[in-house]
Design a protein around this ligand. Sequence first.
Ligand code: ARG
Length: 584
Amino acid sequence: MEKMLDLISQEVSAGFEQAGFAPAFGKVTASNRPDLCEYQCNGALSAAKTYHKAPIQIAQAVAQALEQSKLFSMVQAVMPGFLNLRLEPSFLAAYLEQMRTAPRFGLQEDPNAGTVVIDYGGPNVAKPLHIGHLRSAIIGESIKRTQRYFGNTVIGDIHLGDWGLQMGLIIAELKQRQPDLCYFDDSFSGPYPEQAPFTISELEEIYPTASAKSKEDEDFAKLAHDATVLLQQGKPGYRALWNHIMAVSVADLKKNYANLDVSFESWLGESDAQPYITPMLEMLEQKGLLVQSEGAKVIPVQEEGDKKEIPPCIIMKSDGATLYATTDLATMAQREKDFHPDKILYVVDKRQSLHFEQVFRAARKAGIIRPETELKHIGFGTMNGKDGKPFKTRAGGVMRLETLISEITEFVRAKVAENNLVTGEQADQTTAKIAMAALKYGDLSNQPTKDYVFDLDRFAAFEGNTGPYILYTIVRIKSILSRYGDWEALPIQAPLSAEAKDLMLAITRFGENMTLAYRDYAPNLICAYIYDLAGYLNKFYHETRILAEPDAEKQKGYIALIGLTKSILETCIDLLGFSAPEKM
Ligand code: ARG
């Protein structure tokens, strides 16, 4: 469907033309004086200069030309030359009826939709998830769903950090604790046990212990480093241990992400990029792109016109070790081979922006990715505590995802109990849904790049710009609809009140808002839109007797209108990554 603003602009442009002026002056915008009109056109002011006429005369001529228009109930020329417009209620109703019956409410898919890889989540295996990983998961999931809504084929790739020093640290620590394990016996000829020699909670204790030890104990640090190298060279016992670490951690991660309603199409990690490194290095050597710099091999990426210095992308250190950037480039080669993507989006902490700038430039220089493939780092800010410092749990420690979710859940549970509307098993479901909405909306309603303050009281409030408020609005509609009965087929009717018309106008803005959110990778724009929409719905609700309306025909119109609002709100929160309960 065409956007409402485009339709109106076309009509007003035709009016300009009919009155003898160039149609290009007919551009319409939303009104900045909603008390006076719904839309406005300021074209007569610019046309005045071209035609050497008073703007008000031009505006009046256009207003006259639009007198017969079926789109407007009012076209008013006002001083000094504005055109104030109001929509004809029947036209508005017909537009919404079309939205109601069209797929995706008439929203056009992206004509350039293609294959999109989204690199998000990015947890480091066996290390605790931190707040940055949480943000990446929440923002990435929403961007993924939005990309898909616009017709792209999307592959969400978790890109596990599974190849670093943490693996060597764990192996070295295990060796000290249990030297008799078969994994450390070089004469052991297998097969290795199927059962891991640790549980997830042991693993979660082993890593921080080993990490702390390596900072104080140089010998231990060396052991961990050597273990990492041996693992990477394929030492069978270490490889078997690595498999155990992976299996135990990935099972735990899957559980964590499922709780967050976040899912990945691809569970590859840094380790999966390793086979691509050698051929890539050969290619880079062959193309003469590697430059020696203090023993290291680097790709210079500084470009003419750069305002700041962009250091070279380091590919290999002097000891032969490869780095984070090497793995990211190799991963790109793997993605190009497997998916031939049109876009690769990286939803990663904004503090890594230099890294991605270097990697993107090196990838283009080396032709690892096709020139037309869009590479984009969607960098996000930090979630802070009320003290303005990166968020910590109540106990002051680093946040664990489970702790955070359970803190939110308990907070919400108390509120749900207070309201006393749902009980038993349903209370659990309602609580979980509200908690998820509080957490995700609290995050997503901010522009991704901005830091924000995690404030549970505010995020979980049922009023104000919050997830629970949106859910409350949906639940309110659901409850009316379920008391009414069959509503799905009822057509939209012309508005009977100012509140109804405002709500309908807000609904027409769905397409343009979603398109912006899609184009700018900005879930915050979806939040802003539904907050606005929910506000109009609630005003309409307070001013209208819906279930008590004696005129059955009128009532059908009300029901159809709130039904459409509900469908749109539900679609939008699904794109944000949460859903509404039946009751709350
Ligand atoms: N594991 C990394 C970290 O914790 C994030 C990975 C982001 N993705 C990437 N392709 N580099 O910082």
